[in-house]
Write a protein that binds this ligand. Structure first.
Ligand code: ADP
Length: 588
């Protein structure tokens, strides 16, 4: 059984693209199609006009005919110009609208995926998916519709003209075409494979750039410029190689069409030339036929390259739909319970959790009482941040349950759950916008007075005068215009505005100067007033007043109690405490 010309998957991918993004623009496509049919048929008419031009005007010397033939040809060109413009604008509109809709949907979907997905796929690769792959898909329908509308109609009309002139000549001209079917199938597979490799290499290029620009400090400090440059060069070299191969594969089919057309021309000249010499056919007939063939050349080549373009788009679509078909494992339940975090205890009950195969929490249980401050203490890697992740459902436990006011966090609507928490860390991510935007985060219901209160309480107003435009100064990429302490104060201001019942604090691990530390501590104390606060503490001095201290080690609770109780128990906490003060080390 002969194989289908296109692998079924690329056809079904195209079908899905058509149903989900293209068909909604069918009215514009229909208008564009109609103009293309007109444009396509002008080609046939043009070649047909050559017959009266030669036979009536040139051979018979008919002046009247010269006028009407000339005007008819002029009119045909005008129609072509007009329909060409309309059709291109309409198709670009459809291509742009559909590819940007796809980008928006893709981002919308990607943001629902589990955080684990973003750890496995570097940002550069994901950016490439949203930008590069949708771009590769963008033009395919435009080209397909143009091909099907304009080029096929043009070919059909030229074919009719050729048949009208002489069917034997026509068959002679086309005799080579069936020979192209098998090589074209092989070529398509080749182009698809090479395009896949090209998309991979483009992904690597984005990832490299993303890593270099994000890590520019490390690159400079470790003298890694030549190393990074050589890795980058290797990737772009690969892109060049694969690109050349893809283009070679893509242009092979139009190339073969050229050869076959050449053979056709030759055959017709030998056959037709004799008939004209012997007076069986007129020069006008021959010219008309020849022009029809010459004009068939371009649409035929374009149709030949269509399959290559189809394969390129299919390679990108495969990746795009691969992402669209991923389902996040962390989702809102079908019938969510309302989140009641106000005056609600946070309970970890026999929670066991592993990142992939790495066990992190082991039957962890503790309670953080409503309205109180609970500190999590323990060596790095003990699982403190993981506790935050499970509480906010950035990850779900393998065993046990995490409850808020008696309701499992997994029973609540995700957005509703996360609206119960504010998080403050020193590496609070700021966006490359003004400080005002970074603090308001899109909220429009905050009055200037309330904003001013918050800025004062978070001690942001202390450093505003030092910035060139105060609150309207840009924070820089990832907040790089601010110091760690300043970023933390911005995060405190955000949290004050969010005004959520539960506060998650991740204390700065890097040492701040004593003055900033005191300022931040006051701001944090103000923030945690009346809220259920969980704090990951690195400097034990700051949690002396915590209502409860939970000491974690290797994912288990090893001790819990107040500062005084734990010191009296003389266990792990007491050791840690003595260690910090004896060595003068401030952070664990
Ligand atoms: P802590 O906050 O106490 O320093 P974490 O909760 O951050 O500890 O991490 C606990 C353990 O889990 C560490 O060994 C860390 O390497 C590992 N870990 C943390 N996050 C991830 C992750 N996203 N994927 C895989 N392992 C992780």
């Amino acid at each position: 059984m002969p194989k289908p010309i296109l692998p079924p998957t690329s056809r079904s991918l195209m079908g899905r693209l058509w149903r989900e993004y293209i068909v909604r623009h069918w009215v514009w496509i229909a208008v564009a199609f109609a103009t293309m049919v007109i444009e396509g048929s002008t080609v046939g008419l043009l070649s047909y006009m050559l017959q009266p031009m030669f036979d009536l005007v040139f051979v018979q010397g008919n002046i009247n005919a010269m006028w009407w033939v000339g005007l008819a040809i002029l009119a045909l060109f005008l129609v072509r110009a007009l329909t060409g413009v309309i059709q291109r604008v309409l198709l670009v509109r459809v291509a742009q609208l559909s590819s940007t809709a796809m980008q928006v949907d893709l981002l919308d979907h990607m943001m629902t995926l589990d955080t684990g997905y973003f750890q496995k796929n570097p940002p550069g690769a994901l950016i490439e998916r949203v930008q590069g792959d949708t771009l590769a898909v963008q033009g395919v329908w435009q080209v397909l519709i143009q091909g099907l509308g304009r080029d096929i109609v043009a070919l059909a009309s030229l074919f009719v003209v050729a048949l009208l002139v002489d069917w034997v000549w026509t068959l002679t001209a086309l005799v080579g075409i069936p020979l192209l079917v098998l090589p074209s199938m092989a070529l398509q597979r080749y182009v698809r494979r090479k395009t896949g490799q090209m998309r991979d290499a483009a992904t690597q290029r984005s990832t490299r750039l993303d890593e270099i620009f994000h890590g520019i400090r490390e690159v400079k400090l470790n003298g890694m410029e030549p190393y990074q440059l050589s890795r980058f060069r290797a990737v772009v070299d690969r892109i060049v190689r694969v690109n050349i191969k893809t283009t070679a594969g893509q242009s092979m089919l139009p190339g073969m069409i050229d050869i076959m057309t050449g053979v056709g021309f030759f055959g017709v000249l030998i056959l037709g030339g004799r008939e004209i010499i012997e007076g069986d056919k007129t020069v006008g007939q021959f010219m008309s036929f020849f022009t029809a063939m010459a004009l068939a050349f371009q649409p035929l080549r374009r149709l030949g390259s269509l399959t290559g373009i189809f394969q390129i788009a299919a390679a990108s679509l495969e990746r795009l739909y691969g992402i669209f078909d991923l389902r996040p494992s962390i989702r809102s339940p079908a019938a969510p319970q309302p989140a009641q975090a106000l005056q609600a205890d946070v309970v970890f009950d026999g929670v066991t959790f592993a990142y992939d195969d790495q066990p992190v929490l082991d039957d962890l249980s503790f309670v953080a009482r409503a309205g109180q401050t609970t500190a999590l203490v323990g060596p790095s890697g003990a699982g403190k941040s993981t506790v935050f992740n499970l509480l906010t459902r950035l990850a779900d436990p393998d065993l046990g349950s995490v409850r808020l006011g008696g309701v499992a966090v997994s029973e609540m609507e995700l957005g509703d759950l996360r609206a119960q928490f504010s998080t403050v860390t020193q590496d609070a991510l700021l966006f490359d916008e003004t400080l005002r935007d970074n603090i308001l985060m899109g909220r429009e219901d905050i009055s200037e007075t309330r904003l001013a209160e918050v800025l004062t309480a978070a001690h942001v107003s202390d450093f505003l005068p030092k910035l060139p435009n105060g609150l309207d100064s840009p924070a820089g990429p990832r907040g790089s215009n601010l110091s760690g302490g300043q970023r933390q104060r911005v995060a405190i201001a955000r949290a004050l505005l969010r005004d959520t019942p539960i506060l998650l604090l991740d204390e700065a691990t890097s040492a701040l100067d004593a003055q900033s530390e005191a300022v931040i501590q006051t701001a944090l104390d103000g923030l945690s007033q009346g809220r259920t606060t969980l704090v990951i503490a690195h400097r034990l001095a700051t949690i002396r007043n915590a209502d409860k201290i939970v000491v974690l080690d290797r994912g288990r609770v090893v001790e819990q109690g107040t500062h005084d109780e734990l010191l009296a128990a003389d266990g792990v906490y007491a050791d840690l405490y003595r260690l910090q003060f004896r060595d003068g080390v401030k952070a664990l």
